[in-house]
Design a protein around this ligand. Sequence first.
Ligand SMILES: [Zn+2]
Length: 87
Amino acid sequence: MSEQIIHKDSATGMPVGTVAVFLNLSAAAVALYTAGTDQYGSPRASWLCLGCGKRGYIARELGASRTEANDHAAECRAIPWPQADLV
Ligand SMILES: [Zn+2]
């Protein structure tokens, strides 16, 4: 299985298709975003933590991915590391 590429909106820094954002314990965003459909045409979603970079590697049904994103936000204390090109 190939790794899913996450395309980000250049204006917001959020994954394209972001439908909800959870805040982790350090106020970093955990983005829940749409991730296409499965072989039966059912919508799928995944998540990305903008604090620690952890992500959902398997696109799941929206409710399951929302739970994973929210659970991660509830335990993660990471903050985004400054980007070299912004310093
Ligand atoms: Zn995190």
